[in-house]
Design a protein around this ligand. Structure first.
Ligand code: ATP
Length: 354
């Protein structure tokens, strides 16, 4: 049995339903949930915390079936996007509020220690309205973390923060939960949150959990086209035409891709290629060993923060490659240039459509 076992969680709210969501987490796991707006991510968290009573399914936390327990007995902390601090209380009293049921003997020291770890010890006397967004966020985190919840739920906790404050908040959160090995489920629209914090990723759509797994696995082996597109991984359908020297040759709309994965000749397969795994070069490498080397035309360059996404045309296929700004400068490419896309055979992943 895992630390968190959610089995077949279903709820019908009329216009929206959560459909048989099952997942398990080990103690200390950090799961980020992504998915389009209206996918049911918040309803899922609210069902775990006890805001909604599911029509079907079970929630087991640390061996205890909490499906029908009142929220206050579940020992689950939740942090919202809008922080939900009590406006008439100081930061100190907001944090203490979390401890109102189980006051530890050394409550004052516990509050000050928590405030120090989240760098808000100088703000304890202030009311929430006088704080910046980042400071309010840290106060909200302190209020939830001080009760040492068995499970911490967060619904887009950083969405109102500027990029720099967000990075800092991630670091502080990581330190604060790392010390306690807190198990976390965190909804976000920012994949950088997932890469910075999580070891697991879940993708929701239309009230369903489409895929959950280790971060790398979901990115490199998305189960279907929707998940692939959502995480920015290329997804292609083709047929295995031959197997030789430990490789399979896959025909994808007239382009031959070689993969080290196993599949039978004649089998239709889906292939996933992460945009980070496509290198782009002006020169054709003299040694092709281990690589797919494909002629590519640069259609477009889309700047993405510290990287650029290259829109490449490879025969009949559209592929995206993600290059750092340094790699981009070295490549010095313009729209319409003829280039080479280099993809290691082990990065061409054969995936089951799910
Ligand atoms: N009380 C309710 N009764 C009926 N439908 C609801 C209720 N609350 C939310 N919904 C609907 O359920 C769907 C899922 O909402 P939810 O807030 O869980 O989405 P989400 O994935 O968190 O989206 P976002 O990323 O925009 O926050 C939405 O279509 C929403 O309108």
């Amino acid at each position: 049995m895992s630390f968190v076992d959610i089995d077949d969680l279903s709820i019908d709210l009329g216009e929206f339903s959560l459909k048989g969501v099952s997942l398990s987490l080990e103690r200390g796991d950090y799961l980020t949930i992504i998915g389009p707006t209206g996918a049911g991510k918040t309803i899922f968290l609210e069902t775990i915390v006890g805001f909604w009573r599911p029509d079907r399914g079970r929630i087991v936390l640390d061996g205890r079936d909490i499906t029908t327990e009142p929220p206050e007995y579940r020992h689950i902390g939740i942090v919202y996007q809008d922080y939900a601090l009590l406006p008439h209380m100081t930061v100190y009293r907001n944090i203490a509020y979390g401890l109102k049921k189980h006051k530890p003997e050394n409550m004052d020291e516990a509050i000050r220690k928590m405030a120090r770890s989240l760098h808000i010890d100088h703000l304890l006397h202030r009311k929430p309205i006088t704080l910046s967004g980042g400071e309010q966020q840290r106060a909200a985190l302190a209020r939830v973390l001080i009760v040492e919840p068995s499970l911490l739920l967060m619904d887009e906790p950083f969405s109102a923060l500027d990029p720099q404050t967000r990075r800092r908040a991630r670091l502080l959160l990581k330190e604060a939960i790392g010390e306690r090995a807190t198990t976390v489920i965190h909804i976000t629209h920012d994949l950088d949150d997932a890469w910075a914090l999580a070891n697991k990723l879940a993708v929701f759509k239309d009230g369903r959990l489409l895929q959950m797994g280790a971060m790398d696995t979901v990115f490199s082996q998305p189960k279907n086209r929707f998940v692939a597109e959502f995480v920015g991984t290329g997804f292609f359908s083709g047929t295995v035409v031959s197997r030789e020297n430990g490789c399979v040759n896959i025909d994808v709309e007239g382009t031959c891709l070689q993969s080290l994965d196993r599949a039978d000749k004649g089998k239709p397969v889906n292939v996933a290629i992460r945009c980070e795994d496509i290198r782009v070069s002006r020169k054709k490498p003299s040694v092709a060993n281990g690589f797919n080397i494909l002629n590519a035309t640069l259609k477009n360059v889309i700047p993405e923060g510290s990287s650029s996404l290259l829109d490449l045309r490879v025969d009949n296929l559209e592929m995206n490659a993600l290059l750092t700004q340094n790699a981009m400068r070295r490549l010095d490419a313009r729209r319409g240039d003829n280039l080479y896309a280099l993809i290691r055979k082990e990065h061409v992943k054969i995936v089951q459509d799910g």
